[in-house]
Design a protein around this ligand. Structure first.
Ligand SMILES: Cc1ncc(COP(=O)(O)O)c(C=O)c1O
Length: 271
């Protein structure tokens, strides 16, 4: 990842290579920090207000106070990066241990280069059991404690897939490490319900708004996903990404499906 711009609350824009986090920042020490990622389209962050709301929600669940005017911090970083396509990340940490002075950062960075090639071919995912009964304490919170998420991707890659999908006990499908998961059976789309502790994805909301299909939320087992006509993930960075294999088995005809294509177009039309 190449960092293109960096803004620090209370300091403004700094050189992206400047070290800005203290060694005793609780976000670093304990992984207690909230973050958000959105896409920037030609210098305009997508649904920034909704991401800022979700950041507030995550911070409240983590017991953090959000410094004021993060919208301005984000706007400054985006402006400094220029009118480009990129991702924007916002971080809120409790700051130095015991200081009671939260810190906030806004980063703009380059998008991964291989996303469009992945969208054309479709990705393979592998089920990674979390060994939990949902919902769990921090389900649905976007915290920086993402070690499990990152190691799940490593595990999926080790098994020859591109990405993981988390499974709760009894093979209940949850979400990807950085995505929500969807599948289509006939004219109905299915996605795991928020009550299971999955993240309320902003892209997920866009799919609810734009889908030319019936949409069901619920508790589904892996078998239901395996029997789908097509599947895809949704996230701000990867947008709508077709899934063509799950655990080495083709989904539908093993090719990207029409719902994923239509929803990707609908998402782009809003940007
Ligand atoms: C665990 C998890 N689920 C789902 C998502 C997708 O959310 P969004 O569409 O808001 O990017 C993300 C990415 O932010 C995530 O980290």
């Amino acid at each position: 990842m190449t960092l293109l711009a960096l803004a620090v609350a209370g300091r403004g824009i700094v050189d992206p290579n400047t070290p800005v986090v203290h060694a005793d920042d609780e976000g670093f020490l304990r992984g207690r920090a909230a973050f958000e990622t959105t896409r920037v389209y030609a210098g305009r962050p997508f649904r920034l207000e909704r991401h800022l709301e979700r950041l507030e929600e995550s911070a409240a669940r983590l017991g953090l106070t959000v410094p004021p005017r993060l919208d301005q911090l984000a706007a400054g970083a985006v402006r400094a990066a220029g009118p480009i396509d990129a991702f924007l990340r916002l971080y809120v940490t409790p700051g130095r241990e015991g200081s009671g002075e939260p810190e906030a950062l806004a980063l703009v960075g380059e998008l991964p280069p291989d996303l469009e090639a992945m969208r054309t071919r479709g990705i393979a995912i592998a089920g990674v059991p979390l060994g939990v009964d949902p919902p769990f304490l921090l389900g649905g919170v976007k915290s920086t404690s993402y070690a499990v998420n990152m190691v799940a991707v490593d595990e999926a890659k080790r098994r020859g897939a591109d990405d993981a999908v988390f499974l709760a006990r009894d093979d209940i499908v949850l979400e990807g490490p950085t995505t929500n998961i969807w599948w289509r059976r006939g004219e109905t789309l299915r996605t795991p319900a928020l009550e299971l502790g999955v993240l309320a994805g902003v892209t997920r909301e866009v799919i609810f708004e734009t889908a030319p299909y019936e949409v069901e939320e619920g508790t589904y087992r892996l078998d239901d996903l395996l029997a789908a006509d097509e599947a895809f993930t949704s996230s701000s960075v990867r947008e709508v990404m077709p899934v063509v294999q799950v655990d080495g088995q083709d989904v539908g005809d093993g090719k990207p499906g029409p719902a994923a294509e239509a929803l990707q177009e609908a998402l782009r039309a809003l940007t």
